[in-house]
Design a protein around this ligand. Structure first.
Ligand SMILES: *[C@@H]1O[C@H](CO)[C@@H](O)[C@H](O)[C@H]1NC(C)=O
Length: 328
């Protein structure tokens, strides 16, 4: 092959690499499963709006409890949740990551010892992360989310370490945590300090000291800075927000135009900015929040790189057309 042609092909290949890395530069995570108005998992993923869908919640586990989950009217004793298997796989085929969330605002969960944390980790691993048959069918979920808001604050760091040990020796899966914005988070502080959470979905709502209110972004952005410097550089932080005013009775809703003009340009400057987390799919269906913000969640820097690389690759392909023989 002529060296000139080889060089051109190399350039084209490296431009393709830049294009594919774009997906990792800001996305939307959504909680699904607490209201029938969520619609199906399939329709949720078909919007194309989300990078991560978090199934909520596994509400009962730990201290020898028999694990139970609550997916509102979607499935339960009357209609086994194994019916979600094809929908979960549909989402994954579309490139949407599907996580299972532990905990939630109401439930019966806690861990009794480091040994108990190990047992819960083994339960989660074999039932949701191996493709073996479990409560959601034969699925390999992409991650486990810690939304711990009750029970005891002990041993959540042990659970993170046990899950990390499993992903180091098997297939990799993600870990995420959804703390409240006041620092330190009572339940998850110690776990977050392990540095093992790929994603930290901070809840900047129902938390007046660190949320947006009445046109004032100060407390919100101050808390954002504190969170992005508290976690490790390789722990990606998402700004967790209500998808409508009704989604957060104690406040924190940011009108989309304010988010786009005053909040996103600031928070995207953090090197460990990951995007926006929304609570929850039901309110996003009615308020079209993700539809309105999705084009602004991606980092400008990389949109710029992508635009430039597209322009260059247009030039290169025009040059290639002249250079290579026409196919007859
Ligand atoms: C982040 O990096 C630290 C090392 O600095 C490592 O121990 C940890 O596992 C990493 N976390 C993730 C989520 O990859």
């Amino acid at each position: 092959m002529a060296p000139k042609r080889q060089a051109l092909i190399l350039i084209v290949l490296s431009l393709l690499t830049i294009n594919t890395s774009e997906a990792a530069t800001g996305g939307i995570a959504i909680y699904w499963g607490q209201n029938n108005g969520d619609g199906t998992l399939t329709s949720t993923c078909d919007t194309g709006n989300y990078e991560i869908v978090v199934l909520s919640f596994l509400t009962t586990f730990g201290c020898s409890r028999t694990p139970q989950w609550n997916f509102a009217g979607h499935c339960g004793d009357w209609s086994p949740c194994t019916k979600l298997q094809p929908e979960i796989q549909h989402c994954q085929q579309k490139g949407v990551k599907v996580f299972l969330s532990l905990g939630g605002a109401s439930g019966s969960y806690s861990l009794c010892s480091p040994q108990d944390a190990k047992e819960v980790a083994d339960y989660l691993f074999s039932n949701f992360l191996t493709g073996r048959y479990g409560p959601l069918g034969s699925v390999t979920l992409d991650g486990i989310d810690f939304d711990i808001e009750g029970g005891s604050n002990l041993y959540w760091d042990d659970l993170a370490k046990e899950l990390d040990a499993l992903r180091q020796t098997n297939n990799y899966f993600y870990l995420s945590a959804a703390p409240q914005c006041p620092i330190p988070d009572y339940y998850l502080d110690k776990a977050i300090k392990t540095g093992l959470f790929d994603y930290v979905f901070v809840q900047f709502y129902n938390n007046p000291p660190c949320q947006y209110s009445n046109g004032n972004t100060g407390p919100l952005l101050g808390s954002w800075d504190a969170w992005t410097s508290l976690v490790l550089p390789n722990n990606t932080v998402f700004m967790g927000l209500p998808a409508s005013r009704e989604a957060a009775p104690s406040g924190g809703y940011i009108p989309p135009n304010v988010l786009i003009s005053e909040v996103l340009p600031y928070i995207k400057q953090a090197s460990n900015y990951g995007g926006i987390m929304l609570w929850s799919r039901f309110q996003d269906v009615t308020n079209h929040y993700s539809d309105q913000i999705k084009y602004y969640v991606t980092k400008y820097m990389l949109r710029f790189v992508k635009a430039v690389s597209n322009a260059i690759s247009d030039c290169v392909s025009a040059a290639l057309h002249r250079f290579l023989p026409k196919p007859y």
